[in-house]
Design a binder for this molecule. Structure first.
Ligand code: PEP
Ligand code: MG
Length: 595
């Protein structure tokens, strides 16, 4: 390990926050500052105008250089990107109307150049977002990007590009957007610490996918570190240690190796079925976000992919991925999974997974708004492109298509009609696809769970998305740490909706899977199989432990436990009952949670 000067500072231990991804890791802190920097405003003398304009010219040249460097990197790495995006940014910086506006403003108001630029670009962004024109609305995010870059240079701040890092870092940030997470330099980012977020926020899900330790929801954490501070994240015990002593560094390096060995040790389970002691078989599948995770689904013993969050293809690329690009991705998953079932979910954008278009639109309730299937139905071109790519790929393996956030039968029928239209187009074009492809829906909105019996005749399977089902049932934002104490998968209302969905599936003879994070917590495994679930899908890392619990459980006992729990009316009683059962049968699990 490289010698680090900061380790002689005083050691500090922080135990606040919510662990969202386990593991131990260490590296230098990379503290990300907020989006648009604070812009000071002060008066200048007329004689200073020329100097202020020179400063602006210098900042513009530096910004242009940044954009050219990013464009070069994108050209070498991103096959599908529309690189015109960068040229549009460069053109904006040379816009003569904007430059004249800035010169007039500085002469009239005699304010510093940062304040002038900030005002001018705020006015442009405001005007564009109020226009009744989708194209201009979508460009607002570009204006904001330029505004941020120029201001950073004017203020002499360093803008950190987490897409290409030179050394191992732990990111310390207020929040990370899903596209920041998807695009970061995976070789060097060793963990995340954020001020906001919850266990099922998409950044947390991504941290688990990449097997990076992460702790979120630690208010004001950025004020406690500076760039370069050496940090240890022990996400197995919810601890962050800044400026550790040499003794502690050694101790945690050992802890890291012990944990890695423990994970490896569970790998003997990979080839064994997830079957209870009384021979009740459960299918354990993997949730994936990116193609890099495919190998890990196999090394952890997944029997298929239960959820491929296809929106990450969109979040990783700069522009909309073409039909051909998507087809290649879907074909690759199917081919690499060797005829194992692969459930690809159509894009679930919106909520906290924002495209530039969503950022520009700025909804007041994004999780209740233009998200997921609603977004797809309002964007027929995007939806059609994805469905064509999926159907064309369906001949390469066992593909099943899943639609997210369905809220009722009418919406589902619209989706099915749309799929038929796309199938007809392909037939006319004589393009091959699997006509019997299975199509299912996510049950993640209470209205869908409550009408599961009406939805069931129209689909081939259900998959329960507890991450959203909990947030919508309990009215608790899944990413808000202030209300995270209310976000509980064991709330009786949630358990009853899960049970209703399973019963509707049983009476209509369609399989019901669970793919929300609840499925990956081994504490829940006995309860979930007792409720009647036969398929669980989770981040690959959780499969071995869940399998271990299932292989030591009796299905008869699991059913009894589920009945007892369903009869209880509040979270406290349910948690106590479940913990007592698990403590008796799986004391090692409880010790692990409590340690
Ligand atoms: C869910 O809501 O449980 C789910 C699996 O979907 P996502 O986490 O992507 O919203
Ligand atoms: Mg969801």
């Amino acid at each position: 390990m490289k010698k680090n000067n900061n380790i002689i500072n005083k050691e500090k231990e922080i135990t606040r926050g919510i662990v969202v991804s386990h593991g131990v890791s260490m590296g230098k802190a990379l503290v990300l500052t907020s989006d648009i920097p604070y812009v000071p405003k002060y008066s200048i003398m007329r004689s200073q105008i020329a100097h202020e304009l020179d400063r602006l010219e210098e900042a513009i040249q530096k910004t242009k250089q940044d954009i050219r460097t990013i464009k070069k990197k994108a050209e070498s790495e991103i096959i599908s990107a529309n690189l015109n995006y960068f040229d549009a940014h460069l053109l904006m910086l040379d816009d003569p109307v904007l430059q004249t506006q800035i010169k007039t403003d500085i002469h009239n108001s005699l304010l510093n150049i940062e304040a002038i630029v900030d005002n001018a670009l705020n006015a442009i962004a405001k005007k564009m977002s109020s226009m009744d024109n989708e194209y201009f609305k979508e460009r607002v995010a570009d204006v904001r990007d330029i505004q941020k870059r120029v201001l950073f240079h004017l203020l002499g701040k360093k803008q950190i590009d987490i897409q290409s890092l030179a050394e191992d870092v732990i990111i310390v940030s207020h929040d990370l957007t899903v596209s920041q997470t998807a695009n970061m330099d995976r070789r060097h980012v060793k963990g995340f610490i954020t001020e906001v977020g919850g266990k099922t926020s998409h950044t947390a899900i991504f941290a688990r996918a990449l097997e990076l330790p992460a702790i979120v929801g630690i208010s004001d954490i950025r004020s406690e570190f500076k760039d370069g501070d050496y940090i240890i994240i022990d996400a197995n015990h919810g601890k962050i240690i800044a400026n550790p002593t040499v003794k502690n560094i050694k101790l945690y390096e050992t802890a890291k190796h012990v944990y890695e060995r423990f994970i490896k040790k569970l790998s003997f389970l990979n080839q064994l079925p997830a079957e209870s002691t009384d021979h009740h078989k459960i299918n354990l599948n993997a949730n994936i976000e990116i193609l890099d995770e495919i190998d890990s689904t196999k090394t952890h013993g997944a029997e298929g992919i239960g959820l491929f969050r296809s929106e990450f293809i969109f979040l990783e690329s700069i522009d909309l991925p073409s039909e051909e690009r998507q087809f290649e991705v879907y074909k690759e998953v199917l081919t690499r999974m060797n005829n194992m079932p692969v459930v690809i979910r159509t894009i679930d954008l919106g909520g906290d997974k924002l495209t530039k278009e969503h950022e520009a639109y700025q909804e007041s309730n994004p999780f209740l708004g233009w998200r997921s299937i609603r977004y797809c139905l309002s964007k027929p071109e995007i939806f059609r492109t994805q469905l064509r790519a999926l159907l064309r790929a369906s001949v390469y393996g066992k593909l099943e298509i899943m639609f997210p956030m369905i809220s009722g039968v009418d919406e589902l029928l619209m989706v099915k009609e749309f799929v038929e239209m796309v199938k007809n187009d392909l037939r006319k074009e004589k393009i091959e696809f699997n006509n019997d492809i299975k199509m299912g829906i996510m049950i993640e909105v209470p209205s869908a769970a409550l009408s599961a019996d009406a939805l069931a005749p129209h689909v081939d399977f259900f998959s329960i998305g507890t991450n959203d089902l909990i947030q919508y049932t309990l009215a608790v934002d899944r990413g808000n740490e202030k209300v995270s104490y209310l976000y509980n998968s064991l709330h009786p209302a949630v358990l009853r909706l899960i049970k209703m969905t399973i019963s509707a599936g049983e009476s209509h003879n369609i399989p019901v899977e669970m793919c929300g994070e609840m499925a990956g917590n081994p504490i829940n495994s006995v309860l979930l199989i007792g409720l009647g679930l036969k398929e669980l899908s989770m981040s690959s890392v959780f499969i071995p432990e869940v399998k271990k619990v299932i292989r030591s459980s009796s299905y008869i006992e699991a059913k009894k436990l589920a009945d007892e729990i369903l009869a209880l009316g509040n979270v406290d009683k349910i948690e106590k009952h479940l913990m007592t059962f698990m403590r008796t049968h799986f004391p090692y699990l409880i010790d692990k949670i409590m340690s």
